[in-house]
Design a protein around this ligand. Sequence first.
Ligand SMILES: [Zn+2]
Length: 349
Amino acid sequence: MANAHESELHYPFGDSVPVPGEVIDIAPGVRWLRMGLPFALDHINLWLLEDGEGWTIVDCGITNDATKAAWDQVFASALQGKPVIRVVATHMHPDHIGLAHWLTEKWQCRLWISATDYNGARLASQSTTGFGGERSAAFFASHGLTDPAALAKVRARANYYAGMVPQVPDAYRRLMDDMTVDVGGHPWRCIAGYGHAPEHIALHSEQLNLLISGDMVLPRISTNVSVYDLEPEADSLTLYLDSLARYETLAGDTLVLPSHGKPFTGLQARVRQLRDHHDERLADVMAACRDKPCHAAELLPLLFKRTLDLHQTTFAMGEAVAHLHALWHAGSLARSCGSDGVWRFAATR
Ligand SMILES: [Zn+2]
C-alpha cells in the first residue's frame, strides 16, 4: 500500500537510482545496486560491502538471465579487482535468495542467512509450500476466495518459488539475532524480524550509521505481512508489529537501506506510519466484523482500494487473513467455519 505520508521521510540521494549493472556509492565501502523484477514491484536493491580483500554481497536478485547479466556487469566494473568473499541473504524470498546458488558457486564463497530461512528456502525450492499449488488454493478458498479463474491460476502456480529459486546452496553459515558480523573492520549487528519472512535478518552498523532493513522497513510501500497455507493459524501481523520495536531504538539519523524504494532517513517516523497504517486497517476490519461475520476475501475491497492482479490478489488475501488473525488471537474476533468450509470472523466485543 503506497505511503501517503512519504514527505515526512528524507531521501539524501534525491531521485538518483542505479540502473541495472551500475552502482551508486552510499558511504565509504558501501555500494547500492538494483536488479529488475517481473512484478508490479519492478526492482530490488542490493548492496556491496567492501570486506578487506574482497566484497560481501547483501541479497541476490531472482534467477534469470537478465539478473545474471547485470551481476556480470557489476563484477566487471564495480569490484576494483577484488573477489566476492561472502553472500548474505536477508531472507528466503525469491528476489533476495534467488541467485545465491549462482553467486556462491561463481565466487566459491558461503551463503550467510538465518537457519529458519535457509531451511524454508531449501524446502520451497524443491516443492510447493505456500506460494502456489493445490494446498495454497485450498487455503485461499477456506478464506472465501471463490473465483474459479483465480483459484485455477493459484493451482497452476505450483512452481512459483522454484521458478525463481531453482537451487539453494548445499551449505550455509547461520545468522542469528544479535550476532555481530565483521565486514571490513565494521561490526554489523543482526536484527531478527518476524511476520514478513520466517526469520528475516536486518543488519545494523552503528559505526556507519546504516541499517540494511531488507523488507522489514520500506519507505514507500508497506511490508507484505501474510498468512500462508503452511502455517494457517499464524499471527504474522502481531509478530511484525512487535518486530518493529527493534528498529525504533536506533539513532534518529540512521540512513536506512531498504530492499525496495530509495535509501532514506526518518526511521522512527516510518515505523510510526506503519503502526498507524495497520491500526487503521485493524479498525476497518473490526468495524466490518461488527456489522456481520466476515471472511478474508470480502474484506479485500475494504483493505485494497485498487484493482489487483493475481500476484497482488494472493498477497492481498494473505494480508487480509493476517489482519483477521491479529484480532482473533487478541480475542477481539472469534472465528467459525461454515458449512461451506469458509472461515468467518465475528466481533466478540
Ligand atoms: Zn520479502
